[in-house]
Design a binder for this molecule. Structure first.
Ligand SMILES: Cc1cc2nc3c(=O)[nH]c(=O)nc-3n(C[C@H](O)[C@H](O)[C@H](O)COP(=O)(O)OP(=O)(O)OC[C@H]3O[C@@H](n4cnc5c(N)ncnc54)[C@H](O)[C@@H]3O)c2cc1C
Length: 470
C-alpha cells in the first residue's frame, strides 16, 4: 500500500532503505557501503534466506578471472548474444548488454570482496550458454551464497532488521518515496524515513492470485521458491505509476523429484539422458532448457514422468548437494538393466525398450528426433542406469518493474521515479515474456548485478557524488 504524504516525521531515518535481504538486497547494501553510504535492510523473515538460499548458486558471468585461469574464452558480446537468443529477441537488448558487461566484475567481487569461493562449472554446458561461464559455490547450494553474503554484511557492520515486514511505502504525489512502514510480528509498526529506496523483495511466485492472473499455466504447479515473495514490488510500483513488463515470464524446472522434492542436476539430460511418461514414451526435446520443460512434464498423465540417465551423468551430478540429497533420500535410484527399471517404476517394458532403441538409433545416425533434439556428442545410455520420478515446478517469476541502466524504476513514459530502485526478482529480468526465455542463471545474474548497480546508484543519488563499482 502507498501511503500518500507530503511531509511526515519518522521514528528514525536512514539514507537508504533496502527491502529484502536476499542476494539482491545484500549486494545492494554492501555496494552502498563501499561507496560510503549507510543503509538499513528490512527483511520480513526471522533469518535472511529468500529464494537465494534455496538456489543452486550458479551464477553466469563473462570475462571472469576464473574463466581466464581455465583458458575459457568469453566476451560481453557473446554473453549478451546468448541472453538475447534464448529470449528469442524479446528481452531488452540494451539491458542484456549492460548486465553482461557488469557480470564479470560482479563475480570477481563476490570472490574477492564477499569471500564466496566460487569455481567455474566445467564438464557440460547449460542450455543456451555457448561456453563455460557458470560459476558455482563449492557444493552448488544457495545456503553457501547466503552465508558468505551475510558474513560480509556482519563484517561491514551493516544493519539488517529481521522480522520487519514492510507493509507500506510513504510517497508524495510526484512518486518521491519518503519512507516505509515495517510491521513487526506482534502487529507493532515502525515508520522509517529514507532518501532512497531499493526494492529487493523479489517477485510474486508466492502470491497464488498473481500467478493465476499472469502465469495461469503454472497456477496448479508446486512453487519451489521463497513463500514470502508476494509481489509487493509490482503492487507498490503500480500504485506509483511505474511500468511493469513480462509479467508472464518465469523460471520453471522440469526435474523436481516427486514426492521427495529434490532437484535432479540438469546435466544428466544434456549428457544423453531423457524423460519418458508413464506410458514409457518420450514427449519432448528435453534439452531446450529446464524452464520450458516444466510445462511439458506437467502436461503428461498424472503430471509426473520418469527421467533416466547413466553413470556419466551420475558422476557429474554428485558434485551438487541437491543431487546427493536425492540419492540419499532414495529419490534417485539405480538399476542394472532395463528390466530392473521396469520393476521399480512400473513402466511398460515393451514401450521403454522401444524408446531406448529409438534414442540409440538417433545417436547412431546423428539425426534429430521427432521433437528436434540433436543427439551429437553423446553415447547411448549404458547400465548401471539411474532414474527418478520427477514433476515440473515454478521456481521464481522473471517479470517485474522496468528499470534503466542505473536500476532506477521507470514510469510508463520512460522517465525515472525520483528515488526508487529495483533489482533481482523485483525488476523485469532478461527472459522475455514467457517460460522459454530463461537462460540458466538469469535469476542470480540480475539479483547480484542489479543489486550492485542499485546500491551504487542509490548511494550516488544520496551523496550526489561519483561512486565506483569495482
Ligand atoms: C530451487 C531454486 C534453485 C535456483 N537456482 C538458481 C541458480 O542456480 N542460479 C540462478 O541464477 N538462479 C537460481 N534460482 C533463482 C534465484 O534463486 C532467484 O532469482 C534469486 O535468488 C532472486 O534473488 P532476490 O534477492 O531478488 O530474491 P530473494 O532471494 O527471494 O530475496 C527476497 C527477500 O525479500 C524478502 N521480502 C519479500 N517481501 C518483503 C517485504 N514486504 N518486507 C520485507 N522483506 C520482504 C523475502 O523474505 C526475501 O528474503 C533458483 C530458484 C529456486 C527456487
Amino acid at each position: 500500500m502507498i501511503l500518500r504524504v507530503e511531509d511526515k516525521t519518522f521514528d528514525a531515518s536512514v539514507p537508504i532503505v533496502i527491502i529484502g535481504a536476499g542476494a539482491c538486497g545484500i549486494c545492494a547494501a554492501l555496494t552502498a557501503k563501499e561507496n560510503g553510504v549507510e543503509s538499513l535492510v528490512l527483511e520480513r523473515d526471522e533469518t535472511p534466506t529468500g529464494s537465494s538460499a534455496l538456489s543452486t548458486c550458479l551464477i553466469p558471468a563473462a570475462g571472469t578471472r576464473l574463466q581466464r585461469a581455465e583458458g575459457v574464452e568469453d566476451s560481453v558480446d557473446r554473453f549478451a548474444a546468448d541472453l538475447i537468443a534464448k529470449a528469442k529477441d524479446q528481452n531488452d537488448p540494451k539491458m542484456a548488454r549492460w548486465v553482461a558487461e557488469a557480470s564479470g566484475p560482479t563475480v570477481d567481487w563476490l570472490v574477492d570482496t564477499v569471500g564466496l569461493p566460487l569455481s567455474l562449472v566445467k564438464g557440460f554446458k547449460y542450455p543456451g550458454h555457448s561456453t563455460y561461464r557458470m560459476h558455482g559455490s563449492p557444493n552448488r547450494t544457495g545456503s553457501e551464497l547466503m552465508a558468505a553474503l551475510t558474513g560480509a554484511i556482519a563484517r561491514e557492520n551493516i544493519d539488517i532488521a529481521t522480522s520487519a515486514h514492510v507493509t507500506g511505502l510513504f510517497a508524495n504525489e510526484a512518486g518521491h518515496v519518503r519512507g516505509v512502514r515495517a510491521t513487526r510480528p506482534d502487529g507493532a509498526t515502525e515508520d522509517i524515513g529514507c532518501d532512497a529506496l531499493i526494492l529487493a523483495c523479489s517477485g510474486y511466485g508466492g502470491n497464488p492470485e498473481m500467478i493465476r492472473e499472469y502465469i495461469p499455466e503454472m497456477a496448479d504447479a508446486i512453487y519451489f521458491g521463497h513463500a514470502g515473495n508476494q509481489g509487493d514490488a509490482v503492487l507498490w510500483g503500480r500504485e506509483l505509476d511505474a511500468a511493469t513488463a513480462d509479467l508472464g515470464s518465469y523460471q520453471g524446472h522440469g526435474a523436481v523429484t516427486h514426492p521427495h522434492g529434490t532437484l535432479v542436476f540438469w546435466g544428466v539430460l544434456t549428457e544423453g539422458g531423457f524423460q519418458v511418461n508413464l506410458q514409457g514414451k518420450r514427449f519432448s526435446n528435453e534439452v531446450r532448457g529446464y524452464s520450458e520443460q516444466a510445462v511439458e512434464v506437467i502436461d503428461q498423465p498424472d503430471h509426473v514422468v520418469w527421467e533416466i540417465w547413466d553413470h556419466e551423468g551420475h558422476e557429474l551430478g554428485l558434485s551438487f548437494q541437491d543431487y546427493r540429497e536425492g540419492v540419499e533420500m532414495g529419490a534417485i535410484r539405480e538399476a542394472g538393466s532395463l528390466k530392473e527399471i521396469v520393476e521399480q517404476s512400473g513402466l511398460p517394458l515393451d514401450a521403454l525398450s522401444e524408446t531406448f532403441e529409438d534414442v540409440a538409433a538417433c545417436i547412431r545416425r546423428g539425426r534429430k528426433d521427432d521433437w528436434g533434439r540433436e543427439w551429437q556428442g553423446v553415447e547411448p545410455l549404458e547400465p548401471p542406469f539411474h532414474f527418478a520420478r520427477v514433476t515440473g515446478a515454478l521456481f521464481h517469476t522473471q517479470g517485474g518493474l522496468v528499470v534503466d541502466g542505473k536500476a532506477r524504476v521507470l514510469r510508463e513514459d520512460g522517465t525515472p521515479l525520483p528515488n526508487l530502485f529495483a533489482g533481482g526478482g523485483a525488476a523485469r529480468g532478461l527472459s522475455g515474456p514467457s517460460r522459454w526465455g530463461y537462460l540458466s542463471g538469469n535469476g542470480l545474474l540480475t539479483a547480484t548485478v542489479l543489486g550492485r548497480v542499485a546500491g551504487r546508484e542509490a548511494a550516488r543519488l544520496v551523496e550526489g557524488q561519483h561512486c565506483r563499482l569495482g
